[in-house]
Design a binder for this molecule. Structure first.
Ligand SMILES: Cc1ncc(COP(=O)(O)O)c(C=O)c1O
Length: 400
């Protein structure tokens, strides 16, 4: 007999099926790569965060294998009990050297890094968190775990943020955090870091930037949004992931001042109560950072590919959000349309994921195209030809 809970869940699942919003896994049958195999089709991958094409790089794989030989599978412990290995300390030193920060501390994911930062640095009702409405779900959930007052400003609306910081409640707050994605994951647009930093400084607030889609992507040498704008600063707290450009495995980190990192090590619950990163992830991610530093041509190739693809999308007359990042959304309106277009594109040999509400606002469902340095121009032209063919059947995707 079904319990009441199971009946409720089954009804909701049926609603998802009836409205074409039910998600099903696609099976990747080879490594994550710009050309790979999915559900029995050879495909061009246009929906992965593997921005530098390092997920199957021989040096990254060799470093991971070596780590297993030297340190085994994992720590069987959290960091502060007996889970800190040489590989964690080496990785944190490498992150510091790469980002140019005073200190870094790692988490099992960037989700955990965000959950480790927000409720820990703003823990009481006297504190305040100011957050962009389109920040990533991990930031939203992290803020839900904090007891601080919440101020949600419209996406990239810094005039509204300024008013909130200037409000009597904003002014009276003790610890103030201004939180933003560096590159917004569904829009592909970039936070105005210089203006955010100026506002944060003026109001004695700490700026926290989630660099998950910017690390290894933005800036002359791939160090992220701060490098892109030339506003590197020790008091800014960065969170980021190794699960995207830096090899695509998993793992997150916080890069910040010594005092902030020290405090997080003492108090942040995801690090205190969850196992440390596996050695293969630590050394694989370090190798990915090395490849990024040794092969700057990868970044150049990524940028050429982004320009080429974005120009192609514009030429097709598809509705997109213009920008400079490898996240190039094609807005199609309804969730069901995005899912149908995803299926049609897969039949053409291109995988691109459709996203709908609640991941993006209602009526703004989209195909999120993501470009990699590993794509060849021929891959991108193949994908654009498939998009052209599929868009003919879905006029909703046409911008003008
Ligand atoms: C902006 C942003 N922050 C955090 C995360 C979570 O990263 P991780 O997979 O390391 O938990 C993601 C992943 O999608 C993201 O896009």
């Amino acid at each position: 007999m079904q319990t009441t809970l199971e009946k409720t869940l089954a009804r909701e699942l049926q609603e998802l099926r009836d409205t074409g919003q039910y998600k099903q896994y696609n099976e990747l049958q080879r490594p994550q790569a710009p050309r790979t195999r999915m559900d029995g089709h050879d495909i061009v991958m246009l929906s992965s965060n593997n921005y530098l094409g390092l997920a199957d790089h021989p040096k990254v794989l060799a470093a991971a294998r070596d780590a297993i030989e030297k340190f085994g599978m994992g720590t069987a412990s959290v960091r502060f009990i007996c889970g800190t290995m040489t590989c964690h300390l080496e990785l944190e030193r490498k992150i510091c050297a790469f980002i140019g920060c005073e200190a870094a501390t790692t988490f099992i994911s960037c989700w955990d890094a965000n959950v480790g930062v927000m409720p820990t640095l703003a823990s009481t009702p006297e504190d305040a968190i100011f957050t962009d409405a389109l920040n990533h779900a991990s930031i939203i959930d992290a803020i839900r775990l904090s007891k601080a007052k919440r101020f949600i400003y419209k996406h990239r609306d810094l005039a509204e943020l300024a008013r909130m910081l200037d409000s009597p409640e904003g002014k009276a707050a003790r610890n103030k955090l201004v939180v933003t994605d560096g590159v917004f994951s569904m829009e592909g647009d970039v936070a105005d870091l210089p203006a955010l930093k100026e506002l944060a400084n003026k109001h004695d607030a700490v700026l926290i930037v989630d660099e998950s889609h910017a690390t290894g992507v933005l800036g002359k040498t791939g160090r992220g949004t701060a490098e892109h704008f030339g506003v590197q600063d020790v008091s800014t707290v960065q969170t980021s992931t190794m699960g995207k450009a830096l090899g695509g495995s998993c793992g997150g980190y916080v890069a910040a001042s010594k005092v902030v990192c020290d405090y997080l090590v003492q108090k942040s619950r995801p690090q205190l109560f969850s196992n440390a990163l596996p050695p293969a992830v630590c050394y694989g991610s370090m190798a990915a950072i090395d490849v990024l530093m040794q092969e700057p041509q990868r970044l150049e190739k990524l940028r050429q590919n982004v320009r080429h693809f974005r120009a192609g999308v514009k030429e097709l007359g598809l509705k997109t959000i213009e920008g400079i990042t490898p996240i190039c959304p094609v807005i199609v309106g309804e969730t069901a349309t995005a899912i149908q277009m995803q299926k049609a594109l897969l039949a053409e040999g291109v995988f691109v994921s459709g996203f709908g509400y609640p991941v993006v606002p209602k009526g703004e469902a989209r195909l999120r195209c993501q470009i990699s340095a590993g794509h060849e121009k021929t891959d991108l032209d193949f994908a654009l030809a498939a998009l052209r063919k599929v868009a003919e059947k879905f006029p909703q995707a046409r911008g003008h």
